[in-house]
Design a protein. Structure first.
Length: 396
């Protein structure tokens, strides 16, 4: 078996046929068109005598973690022929993707799996608490539309740079994934979604991405499924909701996934709607621990000297004892030896666990409470890694 990048026409044909077999919902022809259309996908496969057995890849994205933009490998198209499963092919591909992510200077990696347990073995951990809402159109308030705000449908590729700019300036950064091309292709035409752009006094200030969903036994879409929205001020947010309200005569409900702390209540007349934790929450993995920690902002008044021992089976540069010096809102992360450090000063974490702290999924206390072990006192400050709302809005 050899592992190589999937590049030529015959290899993409095999990948399309394999995707049809593994993912069911797409034809081989459509998948081949899809693979040929995306631009930022690094795609590799395990081959035996020029026959594709398994494949996996990642898109080059950026995501916001605690308001700071991080370079991210978005894992996608992980698939193995049923006959070839449980032979370790995907493991070898994932190891290659982690190595390349690190060597390419990426800080984190994210994926949206059907099965979370498998990817935990590679250092990924659930990193969000998204809630899936079904909102009746009639429950959305009637907002008086600001005359300075206009709405237009996205023209496609020519708007992608502008959509990136909106994302970077958005108030709801916790829902952002941005990229040069693929992020917007996947949010829009690649998933048959429409993107509408909101402009205020000639400047683009928000967008919404959605599609119409058919109800069983109906021949047209009666619901709106929102994938993502961004707004740079509250008036734009109200305009987006006002835009959705205009579908009241022909749409039954709006389906939207939001971070569990999103303030939807303010914008609804009443909240008599169904909501549950969303299926398939995203998983995130720290690729470069030093770079990720040093990107983050900490409270300006926080002065800490922390010690943490990290276990990372696949990226050796992350593994070992670290000294985290936090001062002036920034962190300097340095690898050290344990000769002069008392064991009681050191917090021991897996790469999965420190990832959950970094993204704000949980606190140190909640992470360690089940272990029955004493937490070093320096780590008990709740200002260090407070929980944060997070929903990573993208679909593959």
């Amino acid at each position: 078996m050899i592992i190589k990048e999937i590049k030529d026409k015959e290899e993409f044909k095999q990948a399309g046929e394999l995707a049809e077999l593994c993912f069911h919902a797409f034809t081989a022809e459509n998948m081949i068109k899809f693979f040929n259309h995306v631009k930022d996908l690094y795609f590799i496969g395990a081959f035996e005598e020029n026959t594709l057995l398994s494949a996996a890849g990642y898109h080059n994205f950026q995501i916001f973690i605690r308001g700071q933009l991080c370079k991210c490998s978005g894992i996608a198209a992980v698939m193995t022929h049923p006959i070839q499963r449980k032979k370790g092919h995907v493991k070898q591909l994932m190891i290659k993707l982690l190595e390349k992510s690190y060597n390419d200077g990426l800080e984190v990696s994210a994926l949206w799996p059907f099965e979370h347990g498998f990817y935990r073995k590679f250092g990924y951990e659930v990193a969000e608490k998204p809630i899936f809402y079904k909102i009746k159109i009639s429950n959305i308030k009637d907002f008086k539309t600001d005359e300075r705000i206009s709405v237009r449908e996205s023209k496609g590729k020519e708007d992608f740079d502008m959509l990136n700019t909106i994302s970077q300036k958005a108030l709801n950064k916790n829902t952002r994934i941005i990229g040069k091309f693929d992020a917007w292709f996947l949010r829009g035409i690649g998933t048959k979604r429409k993107i509408f752009i909101f402009e205020k006094e000639g400047s683009s200030a928000g967008f919404i991405s959605f599609k119409f969903v058919k109800i069983k036994d109906k021949d047209w879409g009666r619901n709106i499924s929102v994938l993502d929205w961004a707004y740079t001020d509250i008036e734009i947010k109200k305009s987006i909701l006002s835009f959705l309200k205009k579908f009241e005569s022909d749409i039954s409900e709006v389906r939207i996934t939001l971070p569990y702390e999103e303030e939807m209540l303010t914008y609804l007349k009443e909240f008599n709607t169904s909501h549950v934790f969303a299926d398939w929450p995203a998983m995130v993995r720290v690729i470069n621990l030093k770079k990720t920690l040093e990107i983050l902002n900490f409270p300006k008044n926080l002065e800490k000297n922390l010690f943490v021992e990290i276990d990372d089976e696949y990226i050796s540069e992350n593994k070992g004892l670290w000294n985290l010096k936090i001062s002036g809102s920034k962190c300097i992360a340095t690898k050290i030896t344990n000769e002069e450090i008392q064991e009681s000063q050191v917090l021991k974490l897996t790469i999965n666990e420190i990832c959950q702290l970094i993204v704000g999924f949980c606190t140190v206390n909640s992470l360690i409470e089940s272990r029955n072990k004493k937490i070093p006192k320096e780590w008990l400050d709740e200002q260090l890694f407070p929980t944060a709302p997070c929903w990573i809005g993208i679909e593959f």
